[in-house]
Design a binder for this molecule. Structure first.
Ligand SMILES: [Zn+2]
Length: 251
């Protein structure tokens, strides 16, 4: 089984890969899955579900009825703080998450421009804890994306499974080594040798294949894992078995 743990849909926030692209639909992901031999993909919207957008986000989730897509919500902690004051929207969010069979939560400190401290991200982690969903955390591309912020949250919320998105931060493998609730996702890993080195140091049970579609390419990122000089069992773990366990996929 092959599961792409990092896949986006919806309105592209800016031209990707220096070219104008149409907004990404659920159908685009499914077509890319078929071309690339992928069984399941997460489906992560490009922006946060917040107060005014709950209905829109809800509609987007409902539109994703392909059986091979696993919807995630993108949460911005600043919006949740507003919700806290109003005292209702966080409840609505949890309701949205449960009703729409959401499978995970995404945070993106770089796009949403914040330092991901435990104080700021606490409410997001409370939701992850309450819904028992894994949390995909963007890292890389500047100081907001520094993986070292993950450590504090991983320690405070030892029962929340954190996936460090993109294999670009030098500190990420060491953090995953220290915290059993931290996983690594493979997109933009510089090459098969680096991946093999990380598997050597960490084992393969907490590494998840991801493409970052539509910015990244499913087949290209999958091939990177396949080219690594590691045992087949490790490749199977990375390409699908670990995500299957983490996302509670039955078949
Ligand atoms: Zn992403």
């Amino acid at each position: 089984m092959v599961i792409d743990f990092h896949c986006h849909f919806g309105k592209n926030p800016k031209p990707l890969n220096f070219q104008k692209e149409e907004d990404t639909t659920a159908g685009d992901i499914v077509a890319a899955q078929k071309r690339s031999g992928i069984d399941y993909s997460t489906a992560i919207p490009f922006s946060a579900a917040y107060r005014e957008d709950l209905e829109v986000a809800n509609g987007m989730m409902m539109a994703l009825r392909a059986e091979t897509l696993l919807p995630f919500v993108w949460l911005n902690p600043y919006f949740l703080r507003m919700h806290d004051r109003r005292g209702t929207d966080e409840v609505l969010l949890i309701d949205l998450i449960i009703k729409n069979n959401v499978r995970g939560i995404k945070v993106h400190p770089v796009c949403d421009a914040y330092y991901p401290t435990s104080r700021l991200l606490g409410p997001v982690f409370e939701i992850a804890r309450e819904t028992e969903l894994p949390l995909l955390w963007h890292t890389g591309w500047g100081s907001f994306g520094d993986a070292r912020y993950v450590e504090e949250l991983a320690e405070v919320y030892g029962d929340v499974q954190i996936v460090i998105g993109h294999m670009v931060d030098q500190n990420a493998p060491g953090i995953a080594k220290r915290f059993q609730n931290v996983y690594l996702e493979t997109s933009y890993c510089s090459g098969p040798r680096r991946l093999a080195g990380i598997v050597n140091m960490l084992g393969s049970e907490r590494i998840l294949f991801g493409s970052d579609f539509p910015a990244g390419d499913l087949l290209f990122q999958k091939t990177l894992v396949e080219c690594a000089k590691i045992p087949d069992k490790d490749k199977e773990n990375i390409l699908g078995l670990n995500a299957k366990r983490l996302l509670n996929i039955k078949s």
